[in-house]
Design a protein around this ligand. Structure first.
Ligand code: PLP
Length: 368
């Protein structure tokens, strides 16, 4: 089976260094919020080109704590997309705020800023664009809209670690950038982990408090916080893996180049790459009018292909209290019926990729 993503391969590629990092932490006696976490936070902030990075328990928690740090909660509305991982919406619901769904661009997979004015109410407090599949959303019109209406912008960068928008890293454009280190992500740990990055010292301080019971330096709870900490083992592993992030992303992009050349004319819409934005291909997502048949065909040929995401957030039972019904987010609903993710990860071999391409081509041959 050729998997859609394959995090075990990265461990085997860097085994000696990762094992050494794990042994160092186990022997150190410090396991939570110690030197590995602060060193990783420093390196990641420098990598992004921002001031502060706060390691937390997961990407979902990073989004949740970012909303909390901005003072967003019950009674507030947060605009995001329905074409995203469940986590984006779960984090907004956890904060107490109500998610409000914008449609995606017709020829892309990220928030269509043209839909924002119609969603604005006097309760709107923030916009959460999602840099889905590894390509940043079009931040310029989103930031302009937010500025005009005094809204916070919290970027969901779970799938876009290392991507640039207009020459600066995704996650440094809004008030807070939220990252996930879930094992399959471009920068993956070997358990859960996340991080919130910001230029604003006040937000950074608030994030640090909220991740640990609302504590100040004297361990007095200044406000209601939670327990959401990045642990030393994951941080030590991430320090190793951060050094390879750009090389890994370059390999993903090379595989995408190869798909682009070899899948031309195979009856699929291939992912668009926008000028001025890097696409770091967390996923390689094509569109097909015969999504279900193509998924089954690939599966039968030993290829794990998945639809990210088959049910948009506004049509999930958990969202029925606040979401608009079917037919309201046309581009989102169209994407859900067409998307197929082909295998992509840095260590994907040329022969495996050829096998994927052959399988896609044989599907077209059978359906022409
Ligand atoms: C993975 C992911 C998250 C959440 O990350 P976890 O670390 O799994 O909580 C949030 N948003 C998007 C778009 C994701 O892909």
């Amino acid at each position: 089976m050729i998997f859609c993503g394959n995090p075990g391969m990265a461990y085997r590629a860097h085994r000696a260094e990762i094992d050494e990092a794990v042994r160092r932490v186990l022997a150190s006696g410090r396991y939570v919020l110690g030197p590995e976490v602060s060193e990783f936070e420093k390196s990641f902030a420098a990598y992004l080109g921002t001031e502060h990075a706060v390691g937390v328990g997961s990407g979902t928690d990073a989004l949740f704590l970012a909303l909390r740090a901005c003072g967003i909660g019950r009674g507030d509305e947060v605009i995001t997309v329905a074409h995203t991982a469940s986590a984006t919406v779960a984090a907004i619901v956890m904060s107490g705020a109500t998610p409000v769904f914008a449609d995606i661009e017709p020829d892309g997979f990220t928030l269509d800023a043209r839909g924002l004015p119609a969603l604005l109410t006097d309760r709107t407090k923030a916009v959460v664009p999602v840099h889905l599949y590894g390509q940043p959303a079009d931040m310029a019109p989103i930031l302009a809209f937010a500025k005009e209406h005094g809204l916070r912008v919290i970027e969901d960068c779970a799938q876009s670690a290392g991507a640039d928008y207009a020459g600066r890293k995704a996650g440094t454009w809004g008030d807070i950038g939220c990252f996930s280190f879930y094992p399959t992500k471009n920068l993956g740990a070997y358990g859960d982990g996340g991080l919130a990055a910001t230029r604003d010292p006040v937000l950074a301080e608030r994030l640090r408090r909220l991740r640990q019971y609302g504590w100040d330096e004297s361990r007095v709870s200044r406000e209601a916080g939670v327990n959401s900490r990045l642990d030393e083992l994951q941080a030590a592993i991430l320090r190793v893996k951060l050094r390879f992030l750009d090389v890994d992303n370059a390999m993903r992009i090379a595989h995408a180049d190869c798909y682009e050349q070899t899948l031309a004319g195979a009856g699929l819409a291939l992912p668009a790459r926008r000028a001025g934005r890097t696409h770091v291909f967390h996923l390689y997502v094509v569109r097909s009018r015969q999504q279900q048949a193509l998924l089954a065909h690939l599966q039968a040929h030993g290829i794990q292909a998945l639809a990210h995401y088959p049910v948009p957030a506004h049509l999930q039972p958990a969202c029925r209290l606040y979401a608009p019904g079917a037919g309201t987010l046309a581009q989102t609903e169209r994407a859900a019926k067409e998307v197929v993710s082909l295998p992509i990860y840095p260590e994907l071999e040329a022969a495996q990729q050829r096998q994927v391409v052959d399988a896609v081509r044989s599907f077209k041959a059978g359906h022409d």
